[in-house]
Design a protein around this ligand. Structure first.
Ligand code: ADP
Length: 275
């Protein structure tokens, strides 16, 4: 590919050879009808990207949508744990069968294919990217309104694969308010822009702790989400507090029981009600 080519020809005016103009999008399996694909990305690990993916899936499922989660965080998969999914993925007649949670959210993750939960995935980048492609192509998702893709942090091979191969409607960018994280999240935003992936906006996680007695918000890591949104011309969609009940629910696999509305504004934008 020529210099500066993102592989996305849709909005590029360059006059390349016809070979280069081929789209890198990969079709999903013939039994799948997936209406919208949304990537959840972050610049840095540990900011709560998987938490946001899980809660967003729960929020959309509770609104009556058919939702799936493709856990593309191959070396640090945390989606099955949050939903209490312990079953192995089975090879059915039509392809790989995802797990289905109590709310009917379909989940696929590399952890569902390992003999032991704590077995490390020691694969090189292209193999990891190949696994993501297989999850997209060979999993029997059936009919979905939304497929959420939990990308690994950063701007490496897998986010690149997701951005190039999957027909994304857009990306949600997760950050926490620390300066360092804010700096790095701009790289993720810039990557999406360079590859012509629409960004719905930013979710600022761990924004504050709410005092259980007086209800006052304490921004323990500082404030910053609003500034990044302004600087990058993006919207701050939601601010999520540090909430012990959330981490407890992830730890005991019951994230679907969470009843809060931290991500309802983000779900509104994805549903295209606002934005
Ligand atoms: P990432 O996917 O960005 O690496 P995770 O979603 O796995 O991050 O979150 C990292 C840890 O922080 C997990 O143990 C998770 O349960 C916890 N966590 C994330 N967001 C919150 C929150 N808002 N309140 C409490 N704990 C959180």
């Amino acid at each position: 590919m020529s210099e500066g080519c993102s592989g996305n020809c849709a909005s590029c005016s360059k006059d390349c050879s016809s070979k280069e103009k081929q789209s890198l999008l990969v079709p999903t399996g013939e039994y799948n009808d997936i209406k919208h694909v949304v990537a959840v990305v972050s610049g840095k690990g540990g900011v709560g990207k998987s938490m946001v993916t899980s809660l967003l899936a729960v929020t959309l499922a509770k609104r009556g949508y058919k939702v799936g989660i493709l856990d593309a965080d191959i070396t640090g998969p945390s989606i099955p744990k949050a939903f209490g999914v312990t079953a192995r993925a089975l090879q059915g007649e039509l392809g790989i069968m995802p797990a289905e949670t109590k709310l009917g959210i379909k989940v696929i993750s590399v952890n569902m294919m390992l003999s032991q939960n704590d077995a490390p995935v020691i694969w090189r980048g292209p193999v990891i990217a190949g696994a993501v492609k297989q999850f997209w192509q060979d999993v029997v998702w059936g009919e979905l309104d939304y497929l959420l893709v939990d990308c690994p942090p950063g701007t490496g091979d897998v986010p690149l694969t997701v951005f190039q191969m999957l027909p994304l409607d857009g990306a949600v960018v997760v950050t926490s308010p620390q300066d360092l994280v804010s700096l790095i999240v701009k790289k993720a935003l810039n990557m999406a822009n360079m590859m012509n992936i629409p960004v719905y906006g930013i979710v600022e996680n761990m924004s504050f702790v709410r005092c259980p007695d007086c209800g006052k918000e304490f921004p323990v890591f500082g404030t910053g989400g609003e500034d990044i949104a302004k600087e990058t011309g993006t919207k701050l969609l939601s601010r999520m507090p540090i909430d012990v009940s959330l981490s407890q629910m992830v730890d005991n696999g019951s994230i679907e029981h969470f009843d809060g509305d931290y991500l309802s504004a983000t779900a509104d934008v994805i549903e295209n009600k606002k934005g």
